[in-house]
Unconditional design. Structure first.
Ligand code: ACM
Length: 270
């Protein structure tokens, strides 16, 4: 029998500048019972997104080592025996990163720092400087991307080449329907699972577009949330499907690649 895992998203609206209220919201959701191996929360879940100024971005950030938000997620992870991926406003020395963290029942595992910053994020955050790590999560290989990273096919491919079975994608998407269209295609072309955990609600002039999505290596949408509701979605998956990169008996999406003509992809900015 192939192994089955349960992966999911919590689509919600973190409270800008009020981490305690956000934790309370998450707690209400998880206390209703959450039966999953991995669950993904939205981007910048500890702080909210649309900062009015740098001071607000700074005040709502936390260091990984002293984060009450991560400590809370560690307790949820331990009590429910699951892995959690969450967006995280990360303070590191005197700068901020728009990060995603992975927590296991044994504690904090690791982070990814967003590589492609969107719009005003460039006023607050440094671009990621730790590349594209892949982590082991109970026998599953997990990669992380954050929101606007979705539009860069290179990063999905690199994580797939590094062996990611699932890419967890905390998001605060604002361009209606675009990422939701692309995510199943990235899943298809890399033959991986993707969990996009988007947020809903509004902050200032931004409205977030919901429609959190779980897609499979066939490009199928296994479950999708509404565009406005706070909802949890879980899908049962067979991880082995992500390890089979064959498309026909004579085609394999990794073995058939032609890196000898891909050099333009690694040339510095044009
Ligand atoms: C985004 O990257 N938060 C749109």
């Amino acid at each position: 029998m192939p192994e089955i895992k349960r992966i999911g998203y919590i689509q919600m609206s973190p409270v800008l500048g009020d981490m305690e209220s956000t934790i309370q919201k998450i707690d209400e959701i998880v206390s209703q019972g959450i039966s999953a191996d991995i669950i993904v929360l939205p981007e910048l879940c500890n702080s909210g997104y649309n900062f009015i100024n740098y001071e607000q971005a700074w005040k709502t950030s936390e260091e990984v080592e002293h984060s009450l938000f991560i400590q809370y997620l560690e307790s949820v992870s331990k009590n429910n025996g699951l892995f959690i991926v969450s967006g995280f406003n990360e303070r590191y020395r005197d700068v901020l990163y728009n990060s995603s963290i992975l927590v296991s029942p044994q504690g904090y595992v690791g982070r990814y720092r967003k590589l492609h910053l969107f719009m005003n994020e460039k006023d607050f955050f440094m671009p990621g400087n730790e590349g594209l790590p892949v982590f082991d999560a109970g026998g599953l290989k997990i990669g992380m991307l954050i929101c606007f990273d979705w539009i860069f096919p290179e990063v999905w491919r690199i994580l797939a080449l590094k062996g990611a079975d699932i890419i967890c994608h905390p998001s605060n998407l604002v361009l209606p329907g675009l990422a939701q269209k692309a995510v199943p295609i990235h899943a298809l072309t890399n033959r991986i699972f993707i969990v996009t955990a988007n947020r809903v609600g509004s902050e200032g002039n931004l409205t977030f577009t919901g429609m959190s999505t779980i897609a499979d290596p066939g490009g199928n949408v296994l479950i999708q949330a509404s565009d406005t509701g706070e909802e949890t979605g879980i899908a049962e998956i067979t991880p082995a499907l992500a390890r089979n990169k064959s498309v026909t008996p004579r085609n394999d999406i990794f073995r058939d690649r032609r890196p000898d003509v891909y050099d333009l992809l690694t040339m510095t900015k044009n």
